[in-house]
Design a protein around this ligand. Structure first.
Ligand code: AR6
Length: 179
């Protein structure tokens, strides 16, 4: 399996191809929607693999705004927690799209850190049903995570779990450009 691993201060940032529901990190991130009631893509896969407990907790929480993040248990998943975030629906890359996508990553990291989470796996938020071009989204995602890890040392591992070789290649290319 192709992958890329770099160190940022004491933390590890890694890129792999795979299925987010199979990750053994303390937390995995769900690319949810504002209603938190489940959906397709990663959201559907996480709820299917994690079982009904996750949805019950989501219903209690109620809602999540674009760029925000909330947390539930991991249900039947290996991961103890699921951090649910809502990426922006891509319009044109202008307006608030980049800012809201960056907020989604940053708020997941802040929330994870406040819960003592040491390792977290992200999917490529907004690049499926929400239509964000992968290359642009990768740059925002990686920049936001790198900036966070430069300033905070509590999260030891951030793993991007990309769906398919093509997405992994894009993330690898963008990361090489950024470091
Ligand atoms: N593991 C890792 N990545 C995956 C997996 C998986 N199991 N399944 C899909 N991907 P999307 P969005 C990739 O559509 O664009 C839902 O219906 C996929 O290839 O899941 O943020 C929600 O309820 C893509 O690159 O999320 C919302 O309504 C990336 O994950 C809406 O979709 C994100 O695709 C959110 O759309």
């Amino acid at each position: 399996m192709a992958s890329m691993v770099i160190k940022i201060n004491k933390s590890t940032l890694s890129l792999i191809e795979g299925d987010i529901t199979k990750q053994d990190t303390d937390a995995i991130v769900n690319a949810a929607n504002k209603t938190l009631r489940g959906g397709g893509g990663v959201d559907g896969a996480i709820h299917r693999a994690g079982g009904p407990k996750i949805l019950e907790e989501c219903i209690k929480i109620g809602r999540c705004e674009t760029g925000g993040a909330v947390i539930t248990s991991g249900g039947n998943l290996k991961a103890k927690f699921v951090v649910h975030t809502v990426g922006p629906v891509y319009r044109d890359g202008l307006h608030r799209d980049p800012e809201l996508l960056s907020n989604a990553y940053a708020n997941c990291l802040k929330l994870a850190s406040s819960k003592g989470i040491k390792s977290i796996a992200f999917p490529s938020i907004s690049t499926g049903a929400y239509g964000y071009p992968v290359e642009d989204a990768a740059e925002i995602a990686l920049k936001t995570v790198i900036d966070y890890l430069k300033e905070h040392s509590d999260i030891e591992l951030v793993r991007f779990v990309l769906f398919g070789q093509k997405a992994l290649e894009v993330y690898e290319r963008v990361l090489k450009r950024l470091i």
